[in-house]
Unconditional design. Structure first.
Length: 316
């Protein structure tokens, strides 16, 4: 209409139609723009919703991660506390075990010392009688007095050691509050062992008296020849649990003569009777004992040089 009016030179109408056309275009443009804006707004709202959902998810994941971190830290803290507690407990148990072991060793050592002291006292009684018998034999008397003094000194040292060990036992027991059942049982076993040891020694003496060969040797000693030695060794091994075999196994370098000397000592014979049995003088017996003691000390590290030979043989 605009073009037709313009062609017919109706410019006023052409302007009117032009304005109408432009208004229509504006209306159409505004309609499309409103639709596009609605679509953009809808897309924006959708993206905003998506972003909010993503933000919530991220926040949720962050909270979950923080919760897991806190839980892991808490578990680690508990684990560390448990580890430290277990470590302290194990350390305490080791200390208790160590103290119980110290008590056990001390009790065993006290038992051994008390046994040695009792044997020394018995031997000292016998030495007192021998000193009275040999008071006119100066060399023999000196050897007996020296042995008596050595035993007395050993008893004093052992008694002092026992006192120290008992103090240690008391100290350890007080820190443990009370002795364990195992230690109480050990104490009972030690007492029973001492009783059995004394009973064994008494029984051995009775068996020696009842054996014709050994009883004759100890009560009326005389020189022993090779044939008699075989009988004596068999009798001693029978009563004292294969004494000569155990002795040679422990100290293989011992000579036959030294084994015979040990047999006579085992029978608790004094130097005078030993001298008669071996066909030598009492003074020679002292020298032979000293050499035997040195020989045993060289071959056996457990043998203490300040230990009495007679006592060692009795205990063997």
């Amino acid at each position: 209409m605009y073009n037709l009016s313009k062609k017919e030179q109706k410019y006023k109408e052409a302007v009117f139609y032009g304005d109408q056309y432009l208004d229509g275009l504006d209306s159409i443009y505004n309609s499309h723009r409103t639709q596009e804006l609605a679509e953009v707004q809808e897309k924006y709202n959708q993206q905003k919703l998506i972003n909010e959902r993503n933000q919530l998810k991220i926040e949720k994941d962050r909270n979950t991660r923080n919760a897991l971190i806190v839980l892991i830290v808490f578990i680690c803290a508990i684990a560390i506390l448990i580890y430290n507690s277990q470590r302290k407990l194990m350390k305490k148990e080791r200390i208790i075990q160590k103290k119980e072991e110290e008590i056990r060793r001390s009790m065993m050592q006290i038992s051994e010392n008390e046994t040695t002291i009792r044997y020394n006292r018995l031997k000292m009684q016998e030495l007192t009688a021998q000193i009275e018998i040999n008071k006119d034999m100066q060399e023999q008397l000196e050897e007996l007095n020296r042995t008596y003094t050595e035993m007395q000194q050993q008893n004093e040292a052992l008694a002092c050691e026992n006192q120290t060990l008992q103090e240690n036992i008391t100290q350890y027991s007080s820190t443990l509050n009370a002795q364990s059942e195992e230690l109480k049982r050990l104490s009972e076993l030690i007492t029973e062992n001492q009783r059995l040891h004394d009973r064994e020694r008494t029984l051995a003496k009775q068996l020696v008296k009842k054996d014709k060969v050994l009883n004759s040797l100890t009560t009326a000693p005389k020189y022993i020849d090779a044939v008699q030695w075989r009988e004596i060794e068999e009798a001693i091994n029978s009563i004292f649990d294969n004494f000569t075999e155990r002795l040679l196994k422990k100290i293989p370098a011992l000579t036959e003569y030294e084994v015979h000397l040990c047999c006579l000592i085992k029978l608790n014979m004094n130097n005078t009777h030993i001298a008669t049995s071996l066909g030598i003088s009492p003074a020679s017996v002292s020298k032979q004992k000293y050499r035997l003691k040195e020989h045993i000390a060289q071959q056996n590290e457990a043998f203490k040089r300040n230990q009495t030979l007679d006592l060692w043989v009795w205990d063997f």
